[in-house]
Write a protein that binds this ligand. Structure first.
Ligand code: GLA
Length: 665
């Protein structure tokens, strides 16, 4: 794990010490727990829960749970702070026994829950369990819920040695949430055993307003799933709830998906960074027995964990959010600030803030530690990075008298994604900037392109020295080979420089160039041209059919106002489909509306954007409205983006057709 031994600088040692101290505090506090939440999970709980990786499948069994406990110890995750090994739904038999007691499923747990708790406890770990504040749990099979059985079920959990209860919300019979969740709190208290109480009512009754003296954490949203848009939407709902979190009472944006395969490593690092910034519970949701080194690297990053587990217990807050560039700041014990620069967009973006803006006192220099690269630098005050698409740059910034020991921070990167036609040159401008107080000397920028590409700098790529705040801007001409296939190609910018002490240091940035295909001259249907990228609210964008909502090709004939169209795009709000026009086209036209299959339902807005300028659009169109003709002047545009909005009322039934969509080039 990169967060393990790490580089042997004093800074790294200090960071390690912080992480270890925090973990020790958490463990000690839990032992001395009281039911009111004070002392119980003074820092957010960390551990594992099987749900995201197994749901109710047979692989959820005692062998798996023991295997996870073993790996917590073997892989250093216990050392890193992971403590709770939690069972989710489907551990029980569907019926209570003749005494009204819960019975574990003997196929999954042949030795019972007590034996499992003993096994987990022998490793210095804790065991969690699950049930619902309803008559049955959430799974379709429907296992017994605890509504009306609170005391006996809580007693049973305590007798088994359970340390954590996740209490779900299904089949609640319409009984008031406060009443249901308080009844279980009282039942847990009556057992006398410290049991972490995790309220899982999905934020439906604003638990952040009333549950601080009921449980130690509460879900703030519906279930996460293993994809970018789910993670992002949950993050956006949880961020504004920062004022409600604190030691012993945490917002819970649901469990981690890191390692489950539905997101890229960059996106998983963002997920883990932002959950730590939000002081969220860190419950691993992937089967660690199959984890790659990269997954373990992310989950085991102690410097990031130290932000989550910081004893001040403040949830990070949004300092700025503009056009998908987010700056989130978390105040830490001792005065440091954690700063996350998060790029929501699909292309690299420069994101910047200052030491002053994040709340640090005035100083000549600050130590700025990159928590993913595990590297120290100093800044004169600017905290900035060019962040890759969907990525997060994560820093710990301190007003540290020793700042001059570290090299000046140098940022390197470029904004956007260069587009190139096969065999034809395109331009890219990179910048290398000195954020430090001391000069960066002998600065050299180099751009690595894929095999077969040509690259040349058309302006200087070296500078003898860059003073504070100064930048080296370099223009490059890139040419993909004539036979390059359309798609994304990796680029890497490497900037090297010497710090005042003389040591050579490197700053790097990665991104992609996209090989695109120019549209042919004359009129072409949009559905006959390749698009550069497409996002859609439900299912994939369809060519020549309406949207089907799940797999590609599952739509029906495009139909607007009773007329069927042979050509066009079937989309679902919120949607954006981007085409390369290559400055060769003059006009775009289409008949647009909500497909007849939605009946009177659905409401959307259509927009056409040329190079970031809105050049045509409709008002709100609903299922009952007649189709509208859209024509747009796209003269000279390199890219054209077809956007469908949800018209502000959510995306239900928003089947939006671009019928007869065509470009004139
Ligand atoms: C609900 C919860 C999930 C999971 C399932 C189990 O959906 O929100 O986290 O526990 O139930 O059935």
């Amino acid at each position: 794990m990169t967060g393990g031994p790490g580089p042997s600088t004093p800074a790294a040692a200090a960071a390690r010490a912080t992480a270890t101290t925090t973990t020790a505090t958490a463990a000690g506090a839990t032992a001395a727990a009281g039911r009111d939440g004070r002392g119980l999970v003074d820092t957010p709980p960390m551990g594992f829960n099987n749900w995201n990786s197994t749901h109710c499948r047979a692989e959820f069994n005692e062998e798996m749970v023991r295997g996870i406990a073993d790996l917590f110890v073997e892989k250093g995750l216990k050392e890193a702070g992971y403590e709770y090994v939690n069972l989710d739904d489907c551990w029980a038999l569907p019926e209570r026994d003749t005494n009204g007691k819960l019975a574990p499923d003997p196929k999954r747990f042949p030795h019972g829950i007590k034996a499992l708790a003993d096994y987990v406890h022998a490793k210095g770990l804790k065991l969690g369990i699950y049930t619902s504040a309803g008559t049955k749990t959430c799974s379709d099979i429907g296992f017994p819920g605890a509504l009306g059985h609170e005391e006996s079920d809580a007693r049973q959990f305590a007798d088994w040695g359970v340390d954590y209860l996740k209490y779900d919300n299904c089949n609640n019979q319409g009984v008031d949430a406060k009443k249901r969740y308080r009844a279980m709190r009282d039942a847990l208290t009556a057992t006398g055993r410290p049991i972490v109480y995790s309220i899982c009512e999905w934020g439906e009754n604003k638990p952040w307003e009333w549950a601080a003296d009921v449980g130690q954490l509460w879900r703030t949203t519906g279930d996460i799933s293993d994809n970018w848009s789910s993670m992002l939407s949950i993050m956006k709902k949880n961020l504004p709830l920062a004022p409600y979190a604190g030691p012993g009472h945490w917002n819970d944006p649901d469990m981690l998906e890191v390692g489950n395969g539905g997101m890229t490593a960059t996106e998983y690092r963002t997920h883990f960074s932002m959950w730590s910034m939000m002081a969220a519970p860190l419950l691993i949701g992937s089967d660690l027995r199959k984890a790659t080194p990269e997954t373990l690297d992310i989950l085991g990053n102690r410097e990031v964990i130290a932000l989550d587990q910081d004893r001040l217990g403040k949830q990070g807050t949004v300092l700025a959010s503009e056009d998908g560039r987010w700056t989130v700041v978390k105040e830490l014990a001792g005065g440091d600030r954690a700063v996350a620069l998060f790029n929501e967009t699909g292309a690299p973006q420069r994101i910047s803030t200052t030491a002053k803006a994040v709340g640090l006192p005035a100083a000549e220099g600050y130590r700025m530690r990159d928590l993913w690269q595990h590297r120290d630098a100093h800044t004169a005050g600017t905290i900035a990075a060019t962040v890759p698409a969907h990525g997060t740059a994560l820093f710990r910034v301190s007003a540290d008298d020793g700042w001059a020991h570290y090299p000046p921070a140098v940022e390197a990167g470029w904004a956007g994604t260069p587009l190139a036609e096969a065999g034809r040159p395109t331009e890219l401008t990179t910048t290398v900037g000195n954020l430090g107080r001391t000069p960066a000397r002998d600065v050299r920028a180099a751009l690595r392109v894929p095999e077969g590409w040509r690259v040349e700098a058309t302006s200087p790529s070296r500078a003898a020295a860059l003073a504070t705040g100064k930048r080296l801007t370099t223009s490059w001409r890139l040419t993909p080979p004539a036979d390059a296939e359309p798609g994304g190609y990796d680029l890497r910018l490497t900037a090297t420089y010497r710090a005042p002490g003389g040591a050579r240091t490197t700053a790097e940035a990665t991104g992609t160039a996209q090989v695109v295909v120019a549209p042919p001259g004359g009129a072409s249907y949009a559905s006959d041209l390749p698009w550069m990228d497409a996002t859609n609210g439900w299912g994939p964008v369809e060519k020549d059919t309406s949207v089907g909502e799940s797999a590609a090709g599952d739509g029906r004939p495009l139909t607007l106002g009773g007329r069927a169209y042979a050509k066009g795009l079937g989309t679902h709000a919120a949607s954006a489909v981007t085409f390369y026009a290559g400055e060769r086209c003059t006009a775009f036209s289409a008949q647009v509306g909500v497909d007849d299959e939605a009946g009177e339902r659905g409401s959307v807005g259509f927009e056409v954007w040329a190079d970031g300028r809105r050049v045509a659009g409709t008002g709100t169109l609903t299922g009952g409205d007649a189709p509208q003709a859209v024509t747009a002047d796209i003269g000279g545009a390199r890219t054209v983006r077809l956007v469908v909005t949800d018209a502000g009322d959510g995306v239900d039934h928003d089947h939006a057709d671009w019928a007869d969509a065509a470009f004139s080039c």
